[in-house]
Design a protein around this ligand. Structure first.
Ligand code: HEC
Length: 142
């Protein structure tokens, strides 16, 4: 018959085990909702930068002279619906044209990339422009 081993014989490193286990588990909690701006940025860099530039200025001295997103009275003063339609169906500009993205991007994705473009490049609206839509804050309880 085997005898019960006294505590003195327990290997010393067993006492470290709770610490080692404790460190591993909690560090990564990546259950975050994906920000549309992050999706939009990824799409912009992949699909739009080649013509519209990292700074949104449109290609300088190089065809097809895409729209400059930084102009206060520029293309971004149009409504979301018009701009989404332009990206989905393509746009023939004065000097060049943008291909239709309908075969490549879903409407949600175009919406996300447009939100990113507005967030990143759009300048404060001119005095007569319609104010940006504000998200209503939840009603407060007394
Ligand atoms: C092949 C080059 C090219 C690519 C790629 C491109 N664009 Fe364009 N884009 C253009 C040109 C050219 C215009 C028209 C400029 C003008 O009106 O003279 C334009 C115009 C626009 C406009 C303004 C539309 C309007 O109604 O005036 C928006 C918004 C836009 N692009 C967004 C995007 C987005 C978002 C992407 C990526 C998904 C993209 N573009 C990719 C070339 C491009």
């Amino acid at each position: 018959m085997k005898r019960f081993e006294p505590a003195g014989r327990t290997p010393w490193w067993l006492f470290l085990l709770p610490f080692l286990v404790g460190c591993g588990g909690t560090a990564e909690q990546t259950e975050q909702p994906v920000d549309p701006l992050v999706i939009g940025r990824t799409i912009y860099i992949k699909r739009c930068v080649s013509c519209h530039n990292h700074d949104g200025s449109g290609t300088l001295r190089k065809r097809p002279y895409a729209a400059d997103f930084n102009r206060v009275d520029g293309v971004l003063s149009q409504s979301d619906d018009l701009l989404i339609a332009a990206v989905m169906d393509g746009k023939k500009g004065t000097y060049g044209s943008m291909p239709a993205f309908r075969p490549i991007l879903k409407e949600d994705e175009v919406r996300a990339v447009l939100a990113y473009i507005r967030h990143r490049f759009q300048k404060p609206p001119a005095a007569d422009a319609t104010p940006a839509v504000e998200t209503p804050s939840p009603a407060r309880s007394p």
